[in-house]
Write a protein that binds this ligand. Structure first.
Ligand code: BG6
Length: 576
């Protein structure tokens, strides 16, 4: 997915757009560009690379748009970078999403004499607007016509040489920030939080026009939408003196896990009723959130719920078995992941969302939402949102067992131990990360809830260090994968209570074939290469994963990777 920013007011648009795009870089960072309605007309600067490579100072104008890209259609190069213009050059467009029918539209436009410069799907939008502005009586009607011809996901923002900005969306997120006579458009609230906490989250099919004020249209009619207050502050969306967002977000977890535990009593009660009324509870998500969902399934099963868990992009192929008598618990940091939203669209069951981003599509579409309160998570690799998701799902287990208050108290105690776990193991985590920088292959194993720990530790390490890391259920390791073990291959083993003897024997099977063992658990084993000791705790998953978030971070820094913006990845993927 990409990041979009727009500004319409009386300040220098390029400066505000430039700063806003830097806040959205976690959404995509292979190319960037800005366009302003300057004097005498539209001024565009764009290119391959990060927004830092685009210099805003040369562009005048108090109305402008910008884009930071995560390529889907067309290679990573200057021509395919956004914004894209029409034949007159008076309309510039940035877009986040995928236009499925762009090839047909492009061919038709070419037959009608339009010239194309890029390989992108986006470039059809400025040319379609160019035609409709000729035909329609108003700019919003022109945009309505264009939106009708597009099939796919899009948040599209256009600036015209008249200074007007017009935008329309379907599936991809777009928020409006309002501050007196200044208006900000962005893919999420972080780019304008330093100017205003008043925001409107645009709905699918809405058209917004900025021209001295803002007007929102739906089906040709103007609709009255009032801004709402966002309780995140700009400071939270900054590094607060840390070297990277990921480092800050890892160290914030003693606070964010506590915030996650402070769920409103009524909200928890409603969530419990939804689970109790459901025939089967489906827990789903993608990436890190899918491991939280899978852990959540084990927690709810212990509370005697009938559960199924599957990653959303696979659950999609069995939504026909999900009925309105079931419940889908959808776990997500951003609330914008396309694979998850598509599966929910196909499911007849009500949705209980466990999500971080307020105002996200998932939060607005779900029948009920438990916000995990982790605050803005900027690092592409999810850390504090994961432990907050685990805390909320664990709290739901306690609530189902009529132990909400005890459960909350125990999670608060777990959060208290987090600082100690990081502080006590600080030197050891440095040593392990230094050791891992020399390795090309690493395996992680665990049984029962240790399996999700193994998978999440593997995901963190591979997405940050670019080392090949694979997570396995401990019992599965000997069925073939053991063949990959030779002298010095690291095996990380999550040694938890459930299946303790078995995971010890699985680990020793690997050690006896030359593996270097990195053990984690509450009973240290000396003969292992490294052992990360974790205090006994009823919510131990929250404590066990944080050292591996830090190891992944340290290994990334030691390998000169960018921990906040790992190659080829994006914070949440709004395309399927
Ligand atoms: C990926 C992110 O793109 O999407 C992961 O890099 C994340 O960190 C995954 O776990 C799912 O995103 P979300 O927002 O639905 O939790």
């Amino acid at each position: 997915m990409c990041g979009i920013v727009g500004y319409h007011g009386d300040s220098k648009a390029s400066d505000i757009v430039y700063k806003g795009l830097k806040k959205l870089e976690y959404r995509g960072y292979d190319s960037a560009g800005i366009a302003t309605a300057g004097n005498p007309s539209i001024k565009v600067e764009k290119g391959e690379g990060t927004i830092q490579d685009v210099s805003p100072e040369k562009k005048d104008g108090t109305s402008g748009i910008g884009h930071t890209r995560w390529a889907t259609h067309g290679g990573v190069n200057d021509t395919n970078a956004h914004p894209h213009r029409d034949c007159t050059g008076n309309i510039a467009v940035v877009h986040n999403g995928i236009i499925n029918n762009y090839e047909t539209l492009k061919k038709e436009l070419k037959n009608r004499g339009h010239e194309f410069k890029s390989e992108t799907d986006t470039e059809v939008i400025p040319h379609l607007l160019e035609e409709q502005i000729e035909k329609q009586n108003s700019l919003h009607e022109a945009a309505e016509k264009v939106a009708e011809t597009l099939d796919g996901s899009y948040a599209a923002v256009a600036v015209l040489d008249t200074r007007e900005i017009i935008a329309f969306k379907n599936e991809s997120p777009l928020a409006l920030g309002v501050k007196e006579d200044e208006y900000f458009l962005a893919s999420d609230v972080t780019p304008f939080l330093e100017y205003t906490d008043q925001a409107i989250f645009l709905e699918d099919g809405e058209i917004i026009k900025l021209n001295g004020d803002y007007k929102i249209y739906q089906d040709g009619e103007e609709v009255d939408r009032k801004p709402r207050k966002i309780d995140w502050d700009a400071e939270e969306a900054s590094k607060e003196g840390h070297n990277h967002f990921m480092e800050k977000e890892i160290k914030e977890q003693p606070q964010t896990v506590k915030k996650a535990a402070f769920q409103d009593e009524t909200d928890m009660k409603e969530a419990v009723e939804m689970v109790e009324e459901a025939k089967t509870v489906y827990l789903t998500g993608c990436g890190t959130a899918s491991f939280a969902a899978s852990l959540g399934a084990k927690y709810l099963r212990e509370a005697e719920a009938t559960v199924v868990t599957e990653q959303s992009h696979e659950l999609e192929y069995r939504t026909d078995e999900i009925t309105e008598d079931d419940l889908v618990i959808a776990v997500s940091q951003s609330g914008e992941t396309a694979d998850l939203l598509a599966t929910l669209d196909d499911s007849d069951a009500p949705t209980l969302a466990v999500v971080n981003v307020v105002g996200s599509t998932l939060a607005r579409q779900a029948e009920h939402t438990l916000f995990v309160n982790a605050g803005p998570e900027i690092g592409v690799a999810s850390t504090k949102a994961f432990t907050a998701q685990i805390a909320v799902l664990k709290l739901l287990q306690y609530a189902l067992q009529n132990e909400l208050d005890e459960g909350r108290r125990s999670i608060l105690e777990t959060a208290e131990k987090l600082d100690e776990v990081l502080r006590k193991n600080e030197g050891l985590l440095e040593d392990i990360s230094t050791y891992l920088t020399e390795k090309d292959h690493v395996f992680t194993i665990g049984r029962d809830k240790g399996h999700e720990m193994a998978q999440e530790a593997a995901l963190k390490l591979k997405e940050l260090s670019y080392i090949h890391v694979e997570g396995f259920p401990g019992g599965e390791f000997k069925h073939g994968n053991l063949a990959l073990i030779e002298e010095g291959v690291p095996v990380i083993s999550f040694m938890k209570d459930a299946g303790y003897e078995d995971i010890v024997s699985n680990t020793l099977e690997a050690k006896s074939r030359g593996a270097d063992i990195i053990g984690v658990g509450s009973d240290p084993i000396d003969k292992f290469r490294f052992f990360i000791e974790i205090p006994e705790d009823p919510n131990s998953e929250i404590l066990e994963i944080v050292p591996f978030q830090m190891i992944a971070y340290l290994t990334s820094v030691k390998k000169d990777n960018d921990p906040d913006k790992p190659r080829n990845l994006a914070k949440s993927v709004t395309v399927k």
